[in-house]
Structures are given as C-alpha cells and as structure tokens.
Write a protein that binds this ligand. Structure first.
Ligand code: NAD
Length: 490
C-alpha cells in the first residue's frame, strides 16, 4: 500500500450531523466553510445523512443557495478535487433558510429543518453583536438539543470586559462544553505537529527550557495592507487582531508544560497557566508601526480612512513567561501588514555548546528549530556539520528538512485547511483545538494594560516602509539584547 492509500484509508466518517451556518452568504462561509466541507466530502468524511443548512438574511431559495455554493466551490477548491458526481451529491445535502436574527424572522423554518436525533452544530459566522441573539434564539425556539454545539468566530471581545460579557451571554444558553471558540491557527497541521514534535519525541523535551533555549521568535508577516477592511481594522490593530489570539496560542503551545493527556481540558489547563504566567510588558518591550504608502499601494492612514489614526498595523514585543522553565528566555513576537514577504513561522534558537573543540569559529551558528506555518508548512532543524570536501574541519550549518509535502506524499501536499479540520472536530465533539472561555479572558487581562498604557501616554506608531521588515526600532528591540530577527522571506 502506498503512503497515499494509507492516508486515504485513515479518513473515518463522522457521525450524522446537521450543521447550520448562520451567515452562510458571507465571506467566511463562502471562502472557507463551504469549500472546506466539500473537501471533507471528497475525502469521504461526511456520512450519507450529513446535512448543511445555510441561514442568512438574504431571501434565497435552497436552489439558489446551492447555485451559490457551486460557484464558490468552483472558485475555491482545487480543480483536481472537483468531481462532478461528488459535487452533485454534496449540493444535494444543502438547504437554506432566510433568517434575520434581529428581526426574529425565519426561526420556524429553521426548526422544521434541524433534526433532533443527529449531531447538531451551529456555526455563528456573523458579526459578534449577533451571537447573543443567536444563542438565545436557538434555545427559546426549541431548536438546539441538549448535545448541540455552537461555533463562534473571532473577534471574541475587544477587551476583558467585552469578552467577559460575551462569555456570560453564551453561558446563559450553552454549557462551556458546547461552545467552540475558533482560532483557525490551532487547526493548522504544523501547529498540531508542534505538539507531536514536543510530546511524541524524547529528543526535544529535555532541552525545552531556559537552560538550553536562548530565545523564541514568532513571526506572522503579511504583504497585504488592510485594504477593504480598513475601517474595521482601525478599531482593532495588530495587538488585538493577531497577538491576543493567534500568536498567544502559538506561544502557549511552545511554552506549556506537558499535559497529562492529549485531552481538551488537560491541554487547555496548561495553556491557561502560560497565559497567567506572562509578565506585564513594559514600554521598552514594544514597538508599534504603521506602513507608509509605497509599492503602488496607499499608506495605512489612507487605507484606514483615518488620517489621525494611532492604530498599529505592525507590532513587535518582547515577552517573558515567569515560571521555572522559562526564566531568562525571551519570546519575541512580531506581526504586521505590508511587509516584505508573507510568512508565518516559529523559530526556537538554542544556546551555544558550552565549549567548542573546533578552531573554525567563523561558520559556527546556533541550532534553530523552525516551524513554518506558511507557506510550505514544515519543520526544519538547523544543525552544524562538516563542510564536505578535503579542506580540513570547516563547519557549515544545514537544515534537516521535513517539509510535509515531501514527507507525507500527496496527502501532505494537499493538507486539509484549518477550517476543515476544526469543523470535523466540532462534529466529533473534540474541543482540544478550541479556546476555552477562561483562556480568552486571561489573554485579554494581559493585553488590556498594554493598550491602556498607549492610550494614557498618547503613543503613536512609527511609520515603516511598505515592503520592508517593519520599523527600525523593532530591529533595535533585538539588537539591544545581542540578538537578531530572522529574515522575513517566503
Ligand atoms: P460578512 O459580512 O461577509 O457576512 C455576514 C453574514 O451575516 C451574511 O451572510 C449576512 O446575511 C449575515 N447576517 C447579517 N446580519 C444578519 C442578521 N441580522 N440575521 C442573520 N444573518 C445576518 O462577514 P464575514 O466576513 O463572513 O464574517 C463573519 C464572521 O466571521 C465575523 O464574526 C467575522 O469577524 C468572522 N471572521 C471572518 C473572517 C473572514 O475571513 N471573512 C475571518 C475570521 C473571522
């Protein structure tokens, strides 16, 4: 059996389900959720009696919704997967209900479609202001059964108070075990592999502490600006939009203690401890930036439609985890828009060997474990070897590369999108890769004072060139510690 056959045969259909997508005509549902569900169907993971019910404000018939789904699948799914018979079969499972949650219309039609005796999942792919009404409506209308699950999208609040209010609203209608807060970074194959690498190998864990790790860099760089969503972004900024959720989750997975079991609460308990151990970030530990016009694009202020905006499109931070394992090992986080390349990676830089027996110090570099999230998901470990050839003992650093595309054959090259994986986890009832309410609140509790500090001081972000690596001061943040950022490149 080839690797490919092996991988395919491992897809196990989930239990029969009804998935209701609120906001089914919106951008996220059209670009990610529906194409993702179709790919799971092609992979053989949707059971015969799985159904997907779109619900949104637009007055569409089910036939019109299916036509919409057909178009979005054609646009967003690899043509190699677009089997005509499978597509018809998938579309036949779709239904649509026009429902306006604020006006309170459409609930009865929805109730008549949702079956009580299958797994029920309700995906809230709508603006968070509607979450409360949706949660209430699902219970008040007698649609959600006792085992129903709700999936909520980001942003989960914009500060601690709003996140607490949202948690309280959802908790009034659903148990924590029914609430799936999506952070799609956790659905990425490499992110899960980070846990496999740490906890399924003896190799790394003994070195995974401040004694052997010099520092950690987490980079999420984008080439695009805030473009069409400028007005929305301007109320958020890089700290709220990327650090409080996605980058914090990555940091947790690197820094957490081994959970006793790969079990949702065991994993989330350990992540929570990391967030609670984060030291408050001082003024000198943060650099904020705003991109300037350049490379044919407008600057941030123009994109945001707010000439006096002090929202950051870039942020770099030095973070310390105050516990025994990490005392003295800084975590450097940076994320920004309109940077030189689109790349997301975690780089763990180990310390120097205590003593070098070699005379060749020139070529010498530290070991680095690089976990690439995009593009080309994979993990590589940079190690020192002898430069080949007869020229004496010269050292050179080479990557031990594990690109998933190469290691896992066809399946690796076409890894499931994070959303596909996470939606299937919802149906399976597995919350491991979803944020628990207390985690989200703890992350805001750490973030709020940072923002309050900016506001109190009237801090303004520094301008940086579009297509660059970010503001100059971000380089200094590392230089002062005798370290350097890794180059931002694809
Ligand atoms: P969108 O504006 O494209 O779509 C909104 C959807 O909500 C539409 O289907 C609309 O019909 C429906 N809707 C609006 N008012 C309604 C009402 N009163 N009753 C019922 N339905 C109503 O939004 P989007 O970009 O798809 O985002 C949806 C959610 O996902 C938001 O919370 C957003 O923050 C989050 N999100 C989106 C993305 C993305 O890439 N688009 C990424 C991460 C998170």
């Amino acid at each position: 059996m080839t690797t490919e056959q092996n991988m395919v045969s491992r897809v196990i259909p989930v239990d029969p389900f009804d998935l209701v997508i609120f906001g089914a005509t919106g951008d996220l549902a059209q670009r990610k959720i529906l194409p993702g569900l179709f790919r799971r169907h092609v992979a053989g993971q949707m059971p015969t009696d799985a159904r997907v019910i779109g619900a949104a404000r637009s007055d569409l018939s089910s036939a019109e919704f299916r036509a919409m789904a057909r178009e979005t699948i054609a646009a967003h799914v690899d043509p190699a997967l677009q089997d005509a018979a499978l597509l018809e079969d998938f579309l036949s499972r779709l239904d649509y209900v026009a429902l306006d949650v604020q006006a309170g219309t459409g609930w009865e039609a929805l109730r008549s479609l949702v079956r009580p005796d299958v797994v029920q999942a309700f995906y809230f792919s709508v603006a968070p202001v509607l979450f409360g009404d949706l949660a209430e409506g699902l219970q008040a209308q007698g649609i959600a059964g006792p085992g129903a699950r709700i999936v909520v999208e980001k942003p989960f609040g914009r500060d601690l108070a709003s996140a607490q209010a949202l948690n309280a609203t959802l908790a009034a209608h659903f148990e924590e075990s029914q609430i799936y807060r999506i952070d799609h970074y956790l659905g990425k194959e490499t992110v899960q592999n980070l846990m496999a690498v740490r906890f399924a190998n003896i190799l790394f864990e003994p070195l995974w502490n401040a004694q052997y790790i010099d520092h950690v860099q987490i980079t999420v760089a984008e080439t695009v600006g805030v473009g069409g969503r400028g007005a929305y972004y301007d109320r958020s900024g890089a700290l709220r939009d990327m650090v409080q959720n996605h980058m914090m989750q990555l940091l947790c997975l690197i820094a957490m203690e081994p959970p006793w079991h790969f079990d949702p609460d065991a994993v989330r308990d350990e992540k929570l401890k990391v967030i609670r151990a984060l030291q408050p970030v001082g003024r000198g530990d943060i650099v904020r930036g705003q991109y300037l016009a350049g490379g044919g694009g407008p600057g941030y202020l123009e994109d945001a439609g707010n000439p006096s905006s002090d929202t950051e499109s870039y942020i770099a931070l030095r973070v310390h985890v105050a516990n025994w394992r990490w005392k003295g090992t800084p975590f450097y986080l940076r994320t920004g828009k309109r940077l030189r390349a689109r790349t997301s990676e975690i780089a763990i830089t180990f310390k120097e060997p205590p003593h070098s027996i070699f005379d060749d110090a020139r070529g010498w570099r530290e070991n680095v474990l690089v976990i690439r999230l995009q593009p080309n998901e994979g993990i590589n470990l940079k190690v020192m070897i002898k430069e080949p050839g007869p020229g004496g003992m010269r050292l050179v650093q080479v990557p031990l590369d594990m690109s998933f595309a190469t290691a896992l054959g066809a399946e690796g090259a076409d890894m499931p999108d994070a959303y596909e994986r996470l939606i299937m986890d919802v149906i399976r009832g597995n919350q491991t890769l979803f944020m628990r309410g207390d985690e989200v609140e703890a992350a805001w509790a750490w973030t709020d004072p940072i923002i309050a500090g900016w506001q109190a001081r009237g801090d303004r972000p520094q301008p940086y060139d579009a297509g660059s690596s970010g503001p100059e001061d971000a380089l200094m943040l590392m230089h002062r510690d005798g370290r350097r950022w890794r180059e931002i490149r694809e």
